[in-house]
Design a binder for this molecule. Structure first.
Ligand SMILES: NC(=O)c1ccc[n+]([C@@H]2O[C@H](COP(=O)([O-])OP(=O)(O)OC[C@H]3O[C@@H](n4cnc5c(N)ncnc54)[C@H](O)[C@@H]3O)[C@@H](O)[C@H]2O)c1
Length: 337
């Protein structure tokens, strides 16, 4: 990674970072990493899907504020926190295809309201901003790895409200850079997985792990041949930190995702085997789960060569390790519950 260092901004004990959504799955892994690098951190999270148990609350370098970004009642508080930060990671967002499908209005408006609030505060106080968009902006998928220059695609089916809102905020974030000269980064994560991801989100890996541990059926949608690449959350956090440190990635969309493509039907088998579970694997049409207006996605695998070329980042943990760590975490949670 040495030959990239001239292009990288140093973070250290004097760096104070704001992480919205920091009590969530990815946000809390990022907070762990930032604290390990001796930075100080403020988290804003409304706990709609996050938990204070994900955070080392007694660490004196960590401040936790629990309110909704985008709620006008907390606009002054958002401005205060942005002003005090050296840079902002905006991760707060409603998530999951399941929620996007069922609550299109709340999901779309939640992304837009929080995005507008953070972008406006960063514009006013001239603070660098990293925004986590989503690979959902690429639409239904491709039969080859997806690059950042692939088109952003949405239509009016309920699922794509999430993608359209993420894409709209991408434009605001790009505008901060191109119109106002404020450093910004647009990250398009693909499937991230690992400890602290919750099955209630409907995301496939925690849902499979939860079912396997309970001995309940793992429900594979459609033919199970759709491919994804799962990125361990610790590798995702490393990627986010390297991206915000990289000058050359400012103003550009950057894919963040795993390197091993796996068919969902095979993922179910890997989970059952790793959990040593006797749970059955069954298939179901996705339209039977979500209804006729569901937008099916096929292969969605990232090309992450831009990120690797610019920063030297590579995922260090395999899909098997991601599965094992997810199982381990969920087992511990169940024992403690
Ligand atoms: N997990 C994935 O595979 C994945 C894939 C693509 C993109 N992303 C994006 O990455 C980011 C992090 O996702 P995650 O998987 O950690 O989700 P998460 O739900 O675990 O984390 C998001 C956090 O934001 C909080 N939150 C939501 N809206 C808020 C608001 N208005 N104000 C304050 N807090 C709010 C939630 O309570 C939660 O703790 C999100 O922006 C998500 O859209 C995630």
């Amino acid at each position: 990674m040495d030959n990239h260092s001239a292009d990288m901004v140093e973070f250290g004990p004097r760096t104070h970072l704001l992480v919205t959504g920091g009590a969530g799955f990815v946000g809390s892994a990022l907070v762990d990493l930032l604290l390990a690098r001796n930075c100080s951190v403020t988290v804003i999270d409304d706990l709609s899907n996050g938990s204070l148990h994900n955070l080392p609350a007694s660490d004196p370098r960590l401040t936790i504020r629990t309110f909704r970004v985008g709620d006008p009642a907390y606009s002054a508080a958002v401005h205060d926190e942005v002003r005090q930060a050296d840079a902002v990671f905006h991760l707060a967002s409603p998530i999951g295809v399941q929620l996007a499908h069922k609550e299109r209005f709340a999901v779309t408006s939640g992304i837009l309201e929080s995005g507008c609030a953070i972008v406006e505060a960063c514009r006013l106080h001239q603070r660098p901003l990293l925004y986590t968009s989503s690979s959902e902006v690429y639409g239904s998928g491709r039969d080859r790895p997806i690059t950042e220059s692939d088109p952003v695609m949405t239509d009016l089916r309920p699922r794509w409200g999430y993608a359209a809102a993420k894409a709209a905020v991408e434009h605001l974030v790009a505008g901060l850079f191109f119109d106002f000269g404020i450093p910004t980064w647009i990250v398009r994560p693909f499937n991230m997985a690992g400890p602290r991801q919750r099955p209630v989100t409907g995301l496939v890996l925690p849902v499979f792990v939860n079912a396997a541990l309970r001995g309940e059926p793992l429900v594979v949608h459609d033919d199970g041949e759709q491919r994804r690449a799962f990125l361990h959350v610790a590798d995702a956090a490393e990627g986010l930190l390297l991206i915000i440190q990289c000058r050359s990635l400012r103003g550009r969309p950057v894919n963040l995702g795993g390197s091993e493509a796996v068919q969902i039907g095979n993922l179910a088998k890997m989970v059952v085997e790793a959990a040593k579970s006797g749970a059955p694997i069954v298939t179901k049409p996705s339209t039977a789960v979500y209804g006729e207006r569901f937008a099916v996605t096929y292969d969605r695998v990232p090309d992450t060569s831009l990120l690797t070329t610019m920063t030297g980042w590579r995922p260090l943990r395999s899909t098997n390790q991601t599965i094992t760590d997810s199982i381990e975490h969920m087992r511990t949670q169940r024992v403690m519950a």
